[in-house]
Design a binder for this molecule. Structure first.
Ligand SMILES: [Zn+2]
Length: 273
């Protein structure tokens, strides 16, 4: 028996439409909170106190202009009082979070595991954007993923403890070694000690591996590295900067690896048997 809470296969289309509409609305609301976290966490500001202000004119944003996604569309991406442009990133994060929730429930069905993974993906969105902005991964966000791994181990039975431990080590150990070796080489050549792979990225793969297990973490690293290679080249072309955040790409890889990693590994292994 699966750990499905509702026998979704017995329910009709109208149920699905209502179900996914609720998930969408819930997803953009959580996405709106993620925007607050992305803005305030790196500055050490409170996540719950203080209302939102326009970054240009400082005017307090009215409650009816705080409807996720739709307010930005109605105001055509401009502040109501000073008409300054509001970054398209805000609605993009809200929409991204909602779409990720819908995809997760479609792929994983409605169960405890899907709920834990939705929270995981929301944390990854925050990690990806903060790393993009600041080149740092906040340890509190990695702690949150570790807590999700513990909850997952208690409330779901999809992975054994051994698979989780292997998941935690399989990518993080090579990442750590590459980081150490690259730092040695760079120090010899330039005198500066810069790691090729930062400790934050290493710990991201360690904590995520505990949550998603050995197969999914390998696929995640594979897609993370490929997207980073492409993204890094594009970023270098655009701004000539060779140092870029690895976290956003690892987050993309983790999304793919978590939802489809196990099937991809099984499919790959079956080709040789
Ligand atoms: Zn304004």
């Amino acid at each position: 028996m699966s750990d499905t809470l509702l026998g979704l296969e017995y329910l009709d289309t109208s149920f699905y439409i209502i179900f996914y509409t609720i998930i969408f609305v819930f997803g953009i609301c959580i996405g709106s909170f993620l925007n607050v976290v992305i803005c305030r966490l790196p500055k050490g500001e409170s996540l719950i106190k203080n209302s939102s202000h326009c970054v240009s004119c400082g005017e307090k944003i009215k409650s009816y202009d705080l409807i996720p996604l739709f307010s930005w569309i109605f105001l055509r991406g401009r502040c109501r009082s000073c008409k300054a442009k509001i970054s398209a990133r805000y609605p993009a994060v809200e929409l991204l979070n909602a779409l990720i929730y819908i995809i997760t429930f479609m792929v994983m069905d409605f169960n405890v595991k899907s709920i834990i993974l939705c929270i995981f993906f929301s944390v990854l969105i925050v990690i990806g954007f903060i790393d993009f902005d600041t080149l740092e991964i906040d340890l509190r966000l990695l702690a949150a993923i570790t807590i999700l791994a513990v909850l997952s181990a208690i409330f779901t039975d999809s992975l054994t403890i051994l698979q989780r431990i292997a998941g935690g080590l399989l990518i993080s150990v090579p990442f750590f070694l590459i980081g150490e070796i690259s730092a040695e080489i760079i120090q010899k050549n330039t005198g500066e000690r810069i790691r090729g792979i930062e400790l934050g990225d290493t710990l991201l793969m360690a904590s995520s591996g505990l949550l998603i297990g050995n197969k999914a973490i390998v696929i995640s690293a594979f897609f993370g590295i490929i997207t980073a290679a492409i993204g890094g080249l594009i970023q270098k072309k655009l701004n000539g900067e060779s140092k870029f955040a690895f976290g956003p790409y690892l987050s993309i890889g983790l999304f793919i690896g978590t939802l489809w990693g196990n099937q991809l590994v099984d499919w790959w292994l079956n080709m040789f048997i």
